[in-house]
Design a protein. Sequence first.
Length: 318
Amino acid sequence: MSSQDQDVELFGVLTGTQQVISLQNLAEFVTKEQDLFLLLPYLIRLRRILMFIDRITSEAASLKQPLYNRLVELLSSGNRDVSIEAAWVLTNLASGTSEQTNLVVSAGAIPLFAAMLSSDDRKFVDHATWALGNIAGDCPTLRNLVIDAGASEPLGKLIDLLVQEDEEERRLYPVTFKSPIMLRRAAWSFSNLARGKPSASVAHTRQMFPHCLNLLTRIVDKEVLSDALWALSYIMDDSDVLSLDCSTGSVLSTQLCNRLIFFADHTKHETTLVIPALRALGNITTGDSIQTQVALDCGLVNVLAALLSAEPALKKSI
C-alpha cells in the first residue's frame, strides 16, 4: 500500500461495508445531514482529517462555503457534542490559509465565537479562544472584526480568571505544576488582538494594559510571558496610546516599566522575553521627555549597558 493510500485509509470514514469515504463526500454529508445523531461520527472524522491540514492543504482548500455555513449553524445546534465538534473543525479551518480563514468569517463565525467566550463550558471557551486568535492573527481587517464583535472584554476577563487559577495550582502543586494550555492559548489570542498595522483603536488597546500587566506580574510560564510582552510592544507601536495614557499615569506606571526592565535583562532571561521587552521600552523612549524619564528612572541605562556584552546574535536581533 502506498503512503498516499495509507493516508486515505487513515483519513477516511469506514461505513458498515468498509467503504472509504473521501473528504469531499464527508463534507457533503455534514452539509446535508439533519439528523444530529447520524451526523456526529462524520463530524468527528472530518475534524480528525483537518488536524492534518498541513498534509492535505490542497484537499482542504477545495472545501466550499456551504460546509462553512453549515458548521457555523451547528455551533447553535443545541447538542453539546455536535457544537463542540463543529467549533473544533472551524478552528482547524481558521488556522489554514487566509482564504480558509475568510470563509470561516464569511459564514458568520466571529459573533458566535465571541459570545462563546462567556460560556460556562470550558470546552466552548477554549475553542472560541483558539479560533478567534487564528482569525485575528490573519490580518488587521479580521483582527478589527474580532474586536468589533466584543471579544476583547471577555477574553481579558478569562485571562484574569486563568491567572488566579494558575497561581492557586502553583501553590498547591509546586512540584508537578504545569501551566495550563488554556492560559497559553488565551495569552496568544490576546496578543493577536494588538498585532498588525495599522494598529487597533486606542480605545481598545488601552483596555488591554491591565490584563497584560496581570500576566507579567503573576505568571512564570515563559510562553505566556512572551505573548504578554509582544502584546505590549504591539500596543506601544502607537504613539497615541502612550501620549493619552501618560497624562493619567495608567500605562507608564513605575510597576509596568519595572517589569519591562526586568524582562529586558539578557543576563537573566531568554531572548524570547528580552527582545519584546526591549522593543516595548524602545517605543516608550521614542515618546516625549516624560515618557523617556519614566524608563530611565526604572533603570533602562543599566540594561542597555549590559547589552554591550551580549552575544552578537542578540545584538543583531535587537
